[in-house]
Design a protein around this ligand. Structure first.
Ligand SMILES: *Cc1c(COP(=O)(O)O)cnc(C)c1O
Length: 494
């Protein structure tokens, strides 16, 4: 299996090179040349396997130079019982006959980022060894909340790496901030940036491309690397849970072999739903992919009109992990739909220049055949949380609620009752205040007290990683101006 840049197919990379490098030098995303097909009886075989074995089977198809033994060790370490509070790892909760919720938040940070960020450090360190990289990786992350904590947990105490996370001082929830500033591990750093998420993100990008800083880093024996979802090592582990969910439905006789399902995903950077698309390309019987957005509905418009236009107001919503106007992974979809790196390059140049591009009719048809786009605002998000809880006794977080709203709209519009898997991306306990309000609580408690309040209200226990934050020491209090982020890097490496 060879990998190419989505903007240039003349240079080919091995899987280890693609993962070690993260981003192609031309700014494109490193992506497999083609998507391999599941062999005829794969689903039958996978049906009986544990999640870890399913992960090995599927990832091996993309990672030729990794041995089964290696991948088995990685999967056992990444998805073991000390990391995930469910032996199923990503269990499927059946809501009603045709609606199944794939719970992706049973890992150490209670959000779906764990599914990939528990695996990425293993893939990355092995890739560095295979490519004979002798420097150590300094991983920089700008986060609006979930990615930062996920990456810290994944990379803590991983040999030959240091990780530094920047979060916007006033841009994350109290639980999210506590999760980060109490982070354990000898190789980690966390700093708050004065400003919003864009300031943190722009600051990180500037560090990456600052020649002087990179040279200083090299002298200390390091190079910069990234843990965000442009790295193939983050997309690949996400294919596994869609195939795994289908196998669970087969095993539990909720679908029959070959029967189609729809998949509905709350979407931000387009990484999660792209993985579902790739699972379909591998031959998993998926019919429609329903792309759910909050009020930042750039993707809804894109799917409906074939125009991507990020020149619009940015809204802060109660599903902050989807507050995003540039969905980076869309570039991989464009490559898959066009099969042409030249065409992708052209669209991306238009996006860089004017913040906008328009698909031609043929491409737009292809997109619309596969994807349906829906969006909703915060009021609707809370209505759905309430109605799911009242009707089904099932508590969901704000991001997952956006997906259930999209599914409801899709079903109303089309009458399609195909069994549907909805990706549930965070524990409701991560967004206590909004969830409590949705359930009718007029004065939600602040900080960790809201966890208890939600437990009292619903009878559900808070996940251990969140409940135990109370006993953790605050380790990181550094606040930097966006101009001085480099100081945080240098002090981590000294
Ligand atoms: C990151 C995140 C999303 C968006 O996922 P993408 O892969 O960026 O589309 C949705 N929900 C939660 C809770 C997240 O943390």
């Amino acid at each position: 299996m060879r990998y190419i840049s989505t903007r240039d197919n003349t240079i080919q990379y091995s899987a280890a090179q693609a993962i070690a490098q993260g981003l192609a030098k031309d700014g494109g995303l490193l992506t497999p040349c083609y998507i391999p097909k599941l062999p005829g009886k794969a689903l039958d075989d996978l049906r009986e396997m544990a999640y870890q074995q399913r992960a090995v089977y599927i990832m091996k198809m993309f990672l030729e130079e990794f041995s089964v033994k290696e991948l088995t060790d990685f999967a056992n370490a990444a998805y073991g019982p000390e990391k995930f509070d469910s032996p199923a790892v990503a269990p499927v909760h059946t809501v009603d006959e045709n609606t199944h919720c794939l719970e992706l938040w049973h890992g150490p940070t209670c959000a779906f980022k764990d599914m990939a960020l528990q695996m990425l450090p293993h893939l990355l360190t092995a890739s560095l060894a295979k490519t004979e990289e002798d420097k150590m990786a300094c991983i920089l992350v700008a986060t609006s909340g979930d990615t930062g904590k996920g990456a810290l947990e994944g990379f803590k105490n991983v040999a030959r790496t240091k990780i530094l996370v920047f979060y916007p001082k006033d841009g994350v929830s109290q639980v999210q901030e506590l999760q980060m500033v109490t982070q354990e591990g000898a190789n980690v750093g966390v700093a708050a940036v004065v400003g919003n998420f864009d300031d943190a993100q722009t600051g990180v990008k500037r560090l990456f491309s600052d020649k002087e800083v990179c040279e200083a880093l090299e002298k200390k024996g390091y190079f910069f690397s990234s843990a965000n979802s442009i790295n193939w090592g983050r997309v690949l582990p996400q294919l596994v849970y869609y195939i795994s969910a289908y196998c669970d439905l087969l095993r539990d006789e909720k679908v029959s072999l070959g029967q189609s399902v729809n998949i509905c995903v709350p979407t931000g950077n387009f990484g999660n739903i792209l993985a579902a698309y790739y699972a379909r390309e591998m031959g998993l019987p998926i019919d429609q992919l329903i792309c759910a957005s909050n009020r930042n509905n750039v993707l809804t418009d894109f799917i409906r009109e074939g125009v991507y236009d990020r020149n619009r107001t940015f809204y802060s919503t109660m599903s902050p992990s989807m507050d995003i106007l540039i969905s980076s992974n869309l570039e991989r979809l464009l490559y898959s739909l066009t099969g042409s790196t030249a065409e992708v390059k052209d669209y991306m140049e238009q996006l860089n220049a004017g913040g906008r591009y328009q698909l031609n009719e043929k491409l737009k048809d292809k997109l619309q055949k596969r994807f349906k786009g829906y969006c909703c605002d915060d009021r609707e998000t809370q209505r759905v949380i309430r109605s799911m809880y009242d009707k089904h006794g099932y508590l969901i977080d704000t991001h997952t609620a956006v997906a259930f709203s999209a599914l409801e709209q899709y079903r109303q519009e089309t009458g399609d009752d195909t069994p549907t898997v909805v990706a549930s991306t965070a524990s409701p306990f991560k967004f206590c205040a909004s969830v409590l309000e949705a359930l009718g609580e007029t004065s939600p408690a602040s900080g960790l007290d809201a966890l208890d309040q939600l437990t009292t209200k619903t009878g559900l226990p808070a996940p251990t990683p969140l409940a135990s934050l109370r006993d953790k020491k605050v380790r990181f209090t550094q606040v930097v101006e966006k101009e001085n982020m480099v100081d945080a890097v240098m002090s981590l490496l000294d």
